[in-house]
Ligand binder design. Structure first.
Ligand code: T4K
Length: 369
C-alpha cells in the first residue's frame, strides 16, 4: 500500500494551462500588463455580476484593500476591531495611521461582539472594522445600528467571505465597504489579489483613485494614493479560475458534509456553527478541540502528514509588536482567548476526496481518545 499524500490546510484551485494561456494571450499580444487593462475590466464585470454588487474595485491583495478602505473612509485615531484575526487586519490600520482598539468576539461565531464595540466607543473612535471570521458574517445588523448611532464609518474585512450571502444578499452589501482576498489560499484565487465592494458610487471612485496613486488624469493628482492595482496576469488567472468556481464549491461542500458527519457526536470536539441566514461558508473547516488537547491533535495530524493550522493563534493582542502600539491589547478577551487555544482549521480544498476527510477525522478520533 502506498503512503498517503500530505494534506495541507488548502490546495489552491488552478486553471488548466490551456485555459490560462488562452486568456494570457490577450495580455501578451497587446503588451498591456497592468493599469486598468481589458482583463481587469472583464474580471470586475464578471465578479460584480456574480455577487450582484453595484461597485467592485480589484486590488493587488487583501491587505492593500484594507489599507485603501481605511484611507477612503478616513479612519484616524481609534478604530475598533478584533484581536481574533490574521495580522493583516490590524496591521493595515496601523500602516494607515490609525490605532486598533481590540474588543472581544462572540462566543458562537467568533466575530466581533457588538456589546463590546458599544462599550469601547468614545469620541476618538472614527470607525469599526469587523472581520467575517472563516466566512461567518459579523452581526451586521447591530453593527450597522451602532455605527449610525455614533456617526462613524463601518468596514468589513471579508477576506474569508467571498461568495457568502446573508439574508440572500451578498455579504459586501452591508457596511460602508467590504474587502476580499484572492490569495492562493482563498476560495476564489487570482494567486495574489483582492477586491473592495461598496454601495456608494462616490466612495467607489475614491477607492479607484487611491488605488492608483490618486492620479485623476495626466494633469491632476487628486489625492495621496498608493499602488494597489491588480495586474493583467493576475486578472487572467482569476478569469480562468472562474470557469471552475461553482464545481469547486460543490466539492468543498461535499468535504464539509463528510467532516460534519464525522464530528457530529465526537466527545471533546465541537464544530463551528453558521450564523443563521447565511450561505456558502466553505472557506475554512474549523473545529474546537476541548480539554487542552488542541496542540497534541495538531501534532498527531502532522505526524501523519496532515497540516492543520491554528487560525488564529496567537491573538494579535498577545503579540509584542501589537502590544507596543495598541494600549487596548492588555484588556481581557475571554472568548477570543479561549478560541485561540481551541481552534484548529482542517484541510479543505476542491482537490480533496471524501477519503481524505475521513482519514483526517480518523486521526483526530484516535488522538483525542
Ligand atoms: N484578513 C484576513 C482575515 C486574512 O485571513 C487575510 C489573509 C488577509 C486579511 C490578507 O489577505 P492577503 O493580503 O493575504 O490577500 C495564509 C495566507 O497567506 C493569507 O492570505 C491568509 N489570510 C492566511 C489565513 O493564510 P499563512 O502564513 O498561513 O500561509 P502559508 O504560506 O503557511 O500557506 C498555508 C498553506 O497553504 C501551506 O501550508 C500550503 C498551502 N499553499 C499556500 C500557498 C501560498 C499552497 O498549497 N499553495 C500556495 O501557493 O497565511
Amino acid at each position: 500500500m502506498s503512503a498517503a499524500l500530505p494534506l495541507y490546510i488548502t490546495s489552491p484551485s488552478v486553471p488548466t494551462e490551456a485555459e490560462l494561456s488562452a486568456l494570457l494571450r490577450t495580455a501578451l499580444e497587446s503588451r498591456r500588463l497592468s493599469n486598468a487593462g481589458p482583463l481587469n475590466h472583464q474580471l470586475k464585470l464578471r465578479l460584480s455580476e456574480m455577487l450582484k454588487v453595484p461597485h467592485l474595485a480589484l486590488t493587488s491583495n487583501g491587505t492593500a484593500a484594507i489599507e485603501v478602505v481605511a484611507r477612503a473612509l478616513e479612519f484616524h485615531g481609534k478604530v475598533i476591531t478584533t484581536p481574533f484575526t490574521f495580522p493583516a487586519t490590524a496591521a493595515a490600520l496601523i500602516w494607515t495611521g490609525a490605532t486598533p482598539v481590540f474588543v472581544d468576539v462572540e462566543e458562537d461565531f467568533l466575530t466581533i461582539d457588538p456589546n463590546a464595540v458599544e462599550q469601547a466607543m468614545d469620541e476618538s473612535v472614527s470607525g469599526i472594522l469587523g472581520v467575517h471570521v472563516y466566512g461567518n458574517p459579523c452581526d451586521v445588523v447591530r453593527l450597522d445600528a451602532i455605527s449610525k448611532k455614533h456617526r462613524i464609518r463601518l468596514a468589513y474585512d471579508g477576506a474569508h467571505a467571498f461568495g457568502t450571502t446573508y439574508d440572500n444578499v451578498d455579504i459586501s452589501r452591508y457596511g460602508d465597504a467590504t474587502t476580499f482576498s484572492f490569495h492562493a489560499t482563498k476560495i476564489f484565487t487570482t494567486a495574489e489579489g483582492g477586491a473592495i465592494c461598496v454601495n456608494s458610487p462616490e466612495l467607489h471612485r475614491k477607492i479607484e483613485l487611491l488605488s492608483n496613486f490618486g492620479i485623476e488624469s495626466e494633469d491632476s493628482v487628486a489625492d495621496i494614493g498608493i499602488n494597489a492595482k491588480m495586474s493583467e496576469i493576475h486578472a487572467a488567472f482569476g478569469l480562468a479560475n472562474l470557469l471552475h468556481y461553482h464545481d469547486d464549491l460543490e466539492q468543498r461542500r461535499e468535504i464539509r458534509k463528510c467532516y460534519d458527519e464525522a464530528f457530529a457526536n465526537l466527545k471533546g470536539i465541537s464544530t463551528l456553527g453558521d450564523r443563521p441566514g447565511i450561505s456558502n461558508r466553505l472557506q475554512y473547516y474549523v473545529i474546537r478541540v476541548r480539554d487542552g488537547k488542541r496542540d497534541s491533535v495538531q501534532s498527531d495530524l502532522k505526524s501523519s502528514g496532515v497540516f492543520a493550522r491554528r487560525y488564529f493563534y496567537p491573538l494579535l493582542s498577545d503579540i509584542k509588536a501589537y502590544r507596543q502600539v495598541c494600549p487596548s491589547a492588555s484588556n481581557p478577551f475571554p472568548n477570543a482567548t479561549r478560541a485561540a487555544a481551541e481552534v484548529l482549521a482542517l484541510p479543505l480544498s476542491a482537490s480533496m476526496k471524501k477519503e481524505d476527510a475521513l482519514r483526517v477525522a480518523r486521526i483526530i478520533k484516535t488522538s483525542i481518545t
